[in-house]
Design a binder for this molecule. Structure first.
Ligand SMILES: [Zn+2]
Length: 293
């Protein structure tokens, strides 16, 4: 104990400690205040008055719901503000790869992204319905990013089905609301499968989604990016993903901090569920950086 006390009485040790603490504090301040893009990660959008949505009120889905009514309050409020609803391509070009300058028309706006995982039928029946209503009301089209597992798409059209069909995807895509991206073929945890399975999950997801939108996507913008199922990834997943996709999205409840993105395959997303009020989500959106010239 005495020797430790003596050590701290040494001027050089004190100076070194002060320097390290100062450095860590500066680092922390820069990190917390880094300009951010809020990328929201939704799942099901439910209408509590619709009996087909009732399975989503069960405990296993509880964490993943957001009501259509709250969603419209949230997005309606954003449409009254200067918000830029990014597609996956725009996020990549302007903020990740930074290969293009920000278009002048978006200066003064705050960039955010609305993403939806797993391809639930209610992303067609409720979400698309809301987006069309909002467009009528505010005269603006909101683009949403859907991360889809093509192997779980329904093969027949029924409102009782839990998942969308390929035709639902095509319809929302043609109307200009859906940006369709990959969530792996079958929603497997990509860190827990062998190399061959990993390759198949990545490659076949892309091929099947592009087949689904055949004739509508000549520039192959569909399935150009991936969100890892369960947000699970490791070095190998990132390496294999880079063979097919330009970027990879996490599900880690963090904003994307510009300047702190170490890797294009680690894009943070903020998880959303029914415990977060529209006002809370509006505040998170307002925390995105305001674009300057
Ligand atoms: Zn998922």
């Amino acid at each position: 104990m005495k020797s430790i006390k003596l050590l701290f009485e040494n001027l050089y040790v004190r100076l070194a400690l002060a320097f390290i603490i100062g450095l860590l504090t500066t680092f922390l301040i820069f990190y917390i205040n880094a300009p951010r893009v809020s990328i929201f990660g939704f799942h099901a959008i439910i209408n509590i008055q619709n009996k087909n949505d009732r399975p989503f009120l069960g405990s296993s889905f509880k964490q993943m719901n957001y009501t259509r009514q709250d969603f419209e309050l949230f997005v309606g409020s954003l449409l009254n503000r200067k918000i830029w609803f990014l597609s996956s391509e725009e996020l990549y070009d302007y903020f990740v790869a930074k290969s293009k300058p920000i278009p002048a028309g978006h200066i003064g706006e705050k960039p955010i992204m609305l993403s939806f995982d797993d391809g639930y039928k209610n992303n067609y029946t409720n979400l698309l319905y809301s987006l069309e209503r909002l467009e009528q009301k505010y005269g603006k089209k909101v683009k949403v990013v859907l991360f889809i597992n093509p192997a779980t798409l329904a093969t027949y059209d029924s409102n009782a089905s839990i998942h969308m069909t390929c035709n639902d995807l095509r319809d929302g895509f043609k109307k200009g609301f859906y940006d369709i991206q990959s969530h792996g073929l079958t929603h497997k945890n990509l860190t827990k499968i062998n190399d061959k399975e990993l390759m198949a999950e990545l490659e076949q997801a892309q091929a099947t989604l592009r087949k689904c939108v055949e004739g509508l996507d000549p520039e192959e913008k569909v399935a150009a990016h991936i969100a890892y199922p369960f947000g699970a990834y490791n070095g190998k997943v990132k390496e294999y993903a880079s063979k097919y996709y330009a970027s990879g999205y996490l599900y880690n409840s963090k904003p994307l901090r510009l300047g702190w993105l170490r890797n294009n395959y680690e894009i943070s997303r903020i998880t959303v569920n029914d415990t977060q009020s529209p006002n809370k989500l509006i505040k998170i959106a307002e925390n995105s950086l305001k674009l300057k010239k």
